[in-house]
Design a protein around this ligand. Structure first.
Ligand code: TXE
Length: 489
């Protein structure tokens, strides 16, 4: 049985078939067609914008507490429906069910809860200006905001954009990736059940063309995109026409640095977390693992030993650690990088092949792969692969490794493993990255601002910073005396 994935505009699913293009939603693990995505048209985008404009002023006029209650109710609904939502996410993305249950759904619920709680705490400032005047600031919503999502964390991305936008009194129109249409739609239904008025969260299905229609729409005030660097360029250029606010969560080629004094087991565990979660399709992945020369052989041996134990398999099986890559085309790209790595002289320590045994033959499965003895100039060390491919490099000096870690146009994340407190903070400060993990990797609690520097992005999601990203500060100057005017009376 297949499903239809229409848009969800003004509180309801749109008609099926719609007037726009159609495409198949394919299960990456089996190649089976899950259903038909009914792409929005630009007229649908206009309808979503009109519905948002109609609903947003009354929403902004509510108390923060009233808005927050609806967000928190939505979080409860997501938690109640965790099993069903996790399954939807697995069918669309190919990621292991154990991850979808533990991370994807709860991260979205945490986000709605966090911003639901904060909505009532948003305050302006009072600015004293002597005895005859003062000023104050009002935190005002931007109006209609747009979110454009990637396919690796569809529900989490939709929540990370919608929750702070709605908490601040905006409306959100969200476009999921056309490879993962299901859970943004499920979120629309959870919002409706929680009592969110129609028009405040709409979903428009489609590809980059619908994304571009959002980025350039004259009545949309802000666009937040999660995706590749080239898409970020296009969205920002489109948004420039109407001078929109932008938040850009783009790609990365992050470094994980393992110093000589690191706890070996923790360092290996962090390297696994930094590379093989969601089959390596994580923007923050620490794919360049720099290990102190003195630790290298022991680290590599243990890394290979633990990688060999990872179960590649059916994403719906709770025992699976590594699922299917998003599409056959993406798998071919990842396998191409692996081939290039070998050709350029990296040593394949483990993995490197597509898995085609039994039922896996129908899906996009690639073994977790470790390349040892990599060098900085290699293609696999320079480019974002977005698959389960770890490049191991060695270093001698702290200053040397920091310089090499920073020698990339990207700047999303970094990690370091050491027992030396001073070094930890010195290196965290020196790394050019939006997020640095000390003695761990890839944790993104909702309380912590998240985003990149350099080509990895602009702006921050999560934490208190996200409220700034979805609001303006209006300054109100109040005079308590007469107007001091130099002109003749
Ligand atoms: O990203 P795209 P994809 C990176 C990663 C991956 C690559 C491709 O390197 O291999 O991106 O993934 C919409 N105007 N990341 O193809 O193409 C598009 O429809 C407006 C990093 O998913 O950048 C989708 O909804 N929108 C990332 C979204 O942008 C446009 C996670 C992302 O698509 C558009 C996933 C346009 N001109 C992939 N063109 C991360 N940072 O987490 C496309 N889109």
């Amino acid at each position: 049985m297949t499903t239809d994935y229409p848009s969800h505009i003004a509180g309801a699913r749109t008609a099926v078939p719609g007037a726009g293009d159609r495409s198949d939603n394919v299960n990456p693990a089996t190649g089976a067609v899950l259903g038909t995505i009914h792409h929005a048209t630009t007229a649908d985008v206009d309808a979503a914008v009109a519905a948002a404009q109609a609903a947003q002023p009354a929403w902004a006029a509510l108390t923060g507490a009233a808005r927050g209650r609806i967000l928190k109710r939505t979080a409860d609904i997501l938690r109640r429906d965790t099993a069903a939502l996790a399954r939807l996410e697995v069918l669309d993305t190919g990621k292991p069910i154990s991850e979808a249950l533990a991370v994807d759904v709860s991260s979205a619920a945490d986000c709605l809860e966090f911003f639901g709680g904060l909505a009532a705490a948003v305050q302006g400032e009072h600015i004293p200006l002597g005895s005859s005047a003062f000023a104050y600031t009002r935190r005002e919503p931007l109006g209609v905001c747009a979110g454009i999502g990637a396919w690796n964390y569809p529900l989490q991305i939709a929540a990370w954009k919608a929750a702070p936008a709605l908490a601040m009194g905006n409306a959100m129109i969200f476009k999921p990736s056309d490879m993962t249409p299901a859970t943004a739609l499920a979120l629309a239904e959870a919002f409706a059940e929680a009592g969110l008025p129609a028009g405040l969260y709409s979903v428009v299905q489609g590809d980059g063309r619908i994304g571009a229609a959002l980025a350039t729409h004259p009545d949309i005030a802000k666009v937040s995109v999660t995706g590749s660097v080239p898409t970020g360029h296009k969205v920002m250029a489109g948004a420039a026409e109407t001078l929109k606010h932008v938040t850009m969560e783009l790609g990365g080629k992050s470094a994980l640095i393992v110093f000589e004094d690191a706890d070996l087991e923790n360092a290996v565990a962090a390297a696994l977390m930094a590379n093989f979660y969601t089959q390596g399709e994580v923007c923050t992945n620490g794919t360049r693992v720099f290990v102190a020369e003195a630790l290298h052989d022991r680290f590599l041996a243990r890394l290979v030993e633990r990688t060999a134990k990872l179960v590649v398999g059916d994403p719906l099986d709770p025992a699976t650690h590594v699922g299917a890559l998003i599409s056959a085309a993406h798998m071919d790209k990842v396998l191409g990088f692996i081939e290039t790595g070998t050709r350029e002289g990296a040593e394949l320590a483990i993995g490197g092949k597509r898995r085609t045994d039994g039922a896996l033959a129908a899906g996009n499965f690639v073994e977790p792969t470790v390349f040892a003895r990599c060098r900085d100039g290699m293609t696999i060390v320079g480019e974002e692969i977005f698959g389960p491919v770890l490049s191991l490099l060695t270093f001698r000096e702290e200053a040397e490794v920091v310089a090499r870690a920073n020698a990339t146009p990207f700047g999303l994340a970094a990690g370091l493993m050491t027992r030396d407190l001073a070094r930890a903070h010195r290196v965290a400060a020196a790394l050019e990255a939006g997020v640095v993990w000390v003695n761990d990797y890839n944790l993104t609690p909702i309380e912590m601002p998240f985003g990149g520097v350099k080509r990895s992005g602009i702006g921050r999601e999560n934490g208190l910073a996200a409220l700034d990203a979805y609001s303006e500060r209006k300054s109100v100057y109040v005079s308590l005396g007469d107007v001091d005017c130099p002109y003749p009376t």
